[in-house]
Design a protein around this ligand. Structure first.
Ligand SMILES: Cc1ncc(COP(=O)(O)O)c(C=O)c1O
Length: 387
């Protein structure tokens, strides 16, 4: 029987495939060190877990408002105000099952068949597939390591056509860890306003920034850019809550209305007691546990960067945010996929090949793993490259 033409070109998530392969080898007793993780290796803080347990015990086991509980939306409004200096109201917030779901909803809401979405490359691998799921066309805009993997505004202007509907900005970026400064966002915002397109700003790694970097939300720059922006964030990375599936977006009230209706016919509300966990996370004033995770990621980043910088044939980009190191391996003469699969079978080290992110010259190493794993895993890579 003929299946959906629109979905026939959708590729499964390659990062999940590689981490699954590494897990399979581990289950067989192989001593695999994995740099594949796309999630913090810390447990969710106890106060968050307790809030969900309490909610369960109190019988909060029913449907909530499909677009998220009112209390949680209010907490998100306060978060945007305090952390990002953006004034949203509760009717502009939609809570979903992870930022991935929020992004998916956003593209469903804004795209018509054939609409183009500009995606700076390297990109998080789900963006193009989500755009295609919504009938859109991904348009890739190459960025370079020497420019911090940031898009060039004149390239951006050239890429805009009458079919352009949106631009995706992901700062800090997965896979590069690159970040945009406020003045760079201002330039991008001007283009977005002039050409009257949307900007989908994925800010999921906002809290994981290093070297005292000051994070800026593009929607905070002025009222007009705010109207053009769909700001996406979530609990997964900052609060170590990947399995809870909680994300949210904020946007113009008319767009939010469309997304709320769409979600009400698809998933309905995110899990009720998970939302209580999210509420506890966002309203906790003592941020010491969250801060400690960030400090630990920064330390691991430094260790990983120093070791890779001393290695031959592999050049790391020093990330200012997120927990990934994007490394150029073209000097080995191998394409990323070949490099990653040989490294896994021969040296038992899992890395994510850059083809998943739009580059066959790079691999992505996650430093969301212990210092011991970082040191041992990199020693194996170094020995293997030496051979
Ligand atoms: C850039 C980026 N955006 C969004 C997500 C989705 O996060 P979640 O759906 O867990 O909230 C991820 C997860 O890997 C990511 O790396």
């Amino acid at each position: 029987m003929k299946l959906s033409e629109r979905l026939s070109s959708i590729a499964p998530s390659m990062t999940l495939q590689i981490t699954a392969k590494a897990k399979e080898l581990k289950a067989k007793g192989e001593d695999v060190i994995s740099f594949g993780a796309g999630e913090p290796d810390f447990d969710t803080p106890q106060y968050i877990k307790q809030a969900a347990i309490d909610a369960l015990n109190k019988g909060m086991t029913k449907y909530t408002v499909a677009s998220g509980m009112v209390e949680l939306k209010e907490a998100i409004v306060a978060k945007f105000k305090n952390d990002n200096k953006i004034e949203y109201s509760a009717n502009q917030i939609i809570v979903s099952c992870g930022a991935k779901h929020s992004l998916f909803n956003a593209f469903q809401a804004i795209l018509n068949e054939g609409d183009e979405v500009i995606i700076p490359a390297p990109y998080w691998l789900s963006y193009p597939e989500m755009v295609k799921c919504a009938g859109g066309v991904p348009i890739y805009l190459e960025t370079k390591m020497e420019n911090g993997f940031k898009l060039d505004v004149s390239d951006l202007k050239k890429a805009i056509t009458p079919r352009t509907k949106a631009l995706i900005i992901n700062s800090p970026s997965n896979p590069t860890g690159g970040v945009y400064e406020e003045d760079e966002l201002l330039e991008i915002a001007n283009v977005v306003k002039n050409y009257n397109i949307f900007v989908v700003s994925d800010e999921i790694y906002e809290k994981l920034v290093y070297d005292d970097f000051k994070f800026t939300s593009i929607a905070s720059l002025d009222d007009e850019i705010k109207k053009h922006t769909i700001t996406v964030n979530g609990l997964s990375k900052a609060y170590s809550m990947t399995g809870w599936r909680l994300g949210y977006l904020a946007c113009d009230a008319n767009v939010a209305k469309v997304i709320a209706a769409y979600q009400s016919h698809s998933t309905s509300n995110p899990t009720s007691f998970a939302q209580y966990g999210g509420l506890a996370a966002l309203t906790q004033t003592d941020t010491s546990e969250i801060d400690a995770m960030r400090v630990s990621f920064e330390k691991r980043r430094n260790i990983m960067y120093d070791i890779i910088s001393s290695m031959k044939k592999i050049t790391a980009f020093k990330p200012t945010g997120a927990f990934y190191m994007f490394c150029d391996i073209s000097a080995t003469g191998m394409k990323a996929m070949e490099f990653a699969s040989k490294l896994l079978t021969e040296a038992k080290v899992a890395v994510i090949p850059g083809e998943s992110f739009g580059s066959d010259k790079h691999i992505r190493l996650s430093f969301a793993t212990s210092e011991k794993n970082i040191k041992n895993g990199l020693a194996r890579i170094s020995d293997w490259i030496g051979k």
